[in-house]
Design a protein around this ligand. Structure first.
Ligand code: FMN
Length: 176
């Protein structure tokens, strides 16, 4: 199985990055192939609601997202990693989610499994709206929700000290 992780924090080596690596480690333990893309490395424009995709016409934005989409289509499992920013995902992650609109018509993400990795200062108690957003969006796209790692961490790399959260991430990767 191919696992693709979408790293939606601007901090390389930060908490989201560490959680994703643990998930991929667990997946590799089970013999899965794992890959990670840093969303902040790609120039991606926001959806402009032109509705061309509803008419089966190509998206007017041919940008960095094209590469991400190709990788997403090839993957069997998708990990969406984002820190909590104001009780939601980072702008870069939200921008990518908005751009998934063509997949409603094509159904090309349908049948895949998806999971989320989310660090925040306040911890799991503040992640309800974000988790629900992912669950509902996955449902719309035909992606089965495979689990969430909601960790408590604030400083860069702090989650590395949280052995319980690392274990949860590793176990999620193994269970994919
Ligand atoms: C713009 C911004 C908004 C944030 N909003 C929240 C928030 O609403 N609740 C919270 O618990 N943490 C919030 N945080 C803290 C981050 O979620 C936390 O530092 C996280 O561990 C960062 O993960 P990273 O190292 O992967 O970037 C915010 C951080 C930033 C920069």
């Amino acid at each position: 199985m191919k696992i693709l992780a979408l790293m939606g924090s601007p901090r390389k080596g930060g908490n989201t990055d560490i959680l994703i690596d643990q998930i991929l480690l667990g997946g590799r333990e089970k013999g899965h192939f794992g890959e990670k893309l840093y969303l902040y490395d790609y120039d991606t424009l926001p959806c402009i609601d032109c509705r061309r995709c509803k008419k089966d016409l190509p998206c007017p934005h041919q940008d960095g997202a094209s590469h991400i989409f190709q990788k997403m289509e090839e993957a069997d499992a998708l990990i969406f990693g984002t820190p909590i920013y104001w009780y939601g995902p980072t702008a870069k992650m939200k921008l990518l989610i908005d751009r998934l609109r063509p997949y409603i018509a094509t159904g090309k993400l349908s049948g895949k499994i998806g999971a989320i990795a989310v660090p925040s200062e306040e911890g799991p108690a503040c992640c309800g709206p974000l988790e629900e957003m992912f669950k509902m969006s996955f449902q719309y796209l035909g992606i089965s929700f495979a689990g969430a790692v909601l960790a408590t961490a604030y400083e860069k790399g702090e989650v590395a000290k949280r052995l319980d959260d690392l274990k949860k991430a590793y176990e999620l990767g193994k269970a994919l």
